[in-house]
Design a protein around this ligand. Structure first.
Ligand SMILES: Nc1ncnc2c1ncn2[C@@H]1O[C@H](COP(=O)(O)OP(=O)(O)OP(=O)(O)O)[C@@H](O)[C@H]1O
Ligand code: SF4
Ligand SMILES: [Mg+2]
Length: 390
């Protein structure tokens, strides 16, 4: 339901929203089944070389102000052995997309209401047509998700202190993760494995760190510990949501270098979420640019940086400071604001801020256009006969 008045909701509208929210939340909660046949949450991969395929994902939050369409038809793949950078302004749905992959969206208010998240677990075999079987995470019961979350797919958050428990030592916490993944392991083996993980993430005095409490470590060390925890179950995919934003620049570079070397060594895939285009350019193989809950452009790192097409991607790049620039001109900033995710326009969501608008832009939301095998953009400028003047 949409707000009638621009600035406020009447009591009647508020009541209606609450009523509708309760109905929707009940509907989606009741859809979550506990004891189902595995075939209910099995599907097939479109391409065996992907770890995850996100297909038209929609994740909404039913708030007192209306439905927030945080993720609004997002599709992209995370190939094996690759780093996929996800970039976009604050609030564009990067974190909610990653939380949807982990089935960690704050329910009942937040719900995946559409689409598929196919996870290539590599141990389900093939169907009768020779297609690789996979899990559809959007349908997986919570109990089955426990086997995937934190083991096959792990997550590193921005602020390691909030992910570590302040009253337990690093050793306790790492060992606990190991016990969860390998319940039959003996205590000495668990400790040896935990120490080995600390060495793998570049900690030179693992015994000392093992006995330390989180507050005794620096931010960079804590983030290394979080990476060690993420590695404990030999993940196929690591989701790193702004993993270095809380760290200073030199430590940022070290942590990013560490993530890159771990990716190379283990062959896992990484979904790297960041605001920082410089980080993406340095780290990613493929780039997904999000805007207001949608993917507006995606491609390989060289396509996105050498040939950015969407006016938003071009604007993002123009707003990045360059060390080589000797211009006195103030740094470019994209004018205007992201539209309200509760009342999204029926046109291109970037229209209000776009300086390249053409008359077609008054039409419906633009379709995705394939520019090369790997490069896609949603913008009328690239439709055949796109440039028709203002
Ligand atoms: N628990 C929630 N309840 C209501 N709305 C939410 C909730 N979590 C996220 N949202 C909304 O969903 C939208 C997308 O949020 P998200 O956290 O994914 O943005 P983001 O791209 O990760 O931004 P940032 O770069 O600031 O981390 C935002 O409009 C946000 O307000
Ligand atoms: S579709 Fe039109 S308004 Fe939207 S980004 Fe492209 S040119 Fe700008
Ligand atoms: Mg976020």
């Amino acid at each position: 339901m949409e707000k009638k008045n621009k600035g406020y909701l009447t009591l009647k509208e508020s009541r209606q929203i609450v009523k509708e929210n309760v109905r929707k939340m009940k509907y989606y909660e009741n859809k979550k089944k506990k004891n189902v046949d595995p075939s209910y949450y099995q599907t097939v991969m479109k391409d065996d070389n992907n770890v995850v395929e996100i297909d038209n994902l929609e994740t909404h939050f039913f708030t007192d102000n209306g439905t927030v369409k945080s993720v609004n038809g997002v599709s992209f793949n995370i190939p094996k052995n690759k780093i996929v950078g996800v970039v976009g302004e604050s609030g564009c749905g990067k974190s909610v997309t990653s939380l949807s992959i982990m089935q960690l969206v704050e329910a009942p208010r937040g719900q995946v209401v559409g689409g598929q998240i196919r996870f290539n677990t590599d141990d389900l075999g093939y169907d009768e047509n020779g297609h690789k079987l996979a899990y559809d995470i959007t349908k997986m019961p919570m109990q089955q998700m426990f086997n995937v979350r934190g083991k096959d797919i792990t997550m590193i958050f921005q602020e390691p202190m909030t992910s570590l428990n302040p009253v337990f030592t690093i050793g306790n916490q790492l060992d606990e993760v190991m016990y969860v993944h390998y319940p039959n392991m003996q205590a000495e083996e668990v400790k040896a494995h935990s120490l080995d993980l600390l060495v793998q993430v570049g900690i030179s005095m693992p015994e000392r760190v093992y006995k330390s409490y989180p507050h005794e470590l620096s931010g960079g060390m804590r983030q290394r510990v979080m990476i060690a925890m993420a590695l404990a179950g030999n993940p196929k995919l690591i989701i790193a949501d702004e993993p270095t934003t809380a760290l200073d620049v030199t430590i940022q570079a070290q942590i990013l270098e560490l993530l890159k070397s771990i990716q190379k060594k283990t062959g896992c895939a990484i979904m790297l979420i960041t605001h920082d285009l410089g980080v993406i350019a340095e780290m990613a193989d493929e780039v997904v640019v999000m805007y207001a809950g949608k993917v507006i452009e995606k491609g390989t790192v060289s396509e996105i940086f050498k040939n950015p097409l969407h006016p938003y991607t071009i604007g993002l790049q123009a707003s990045k400071p360059l060390i080589t620039s000797d211009s006195d001109k103030p740094l470019y900033s994209i004018p205007g604001q992201v539209p309200n995710p509760i009342n999204l326009p029926n046109t291109c969501f970037f229209k209000g801020r776009c300086d390249k608008c053409i008359s077609k832009c008054n039409g419906a939301y633009p379709k995705q256009i394939q520019v090369s095998d790997t490069h896609f953009v949603s913008c009328y400028l690239y439709e055949e006969d796109g440039e028709d003047g203002k």
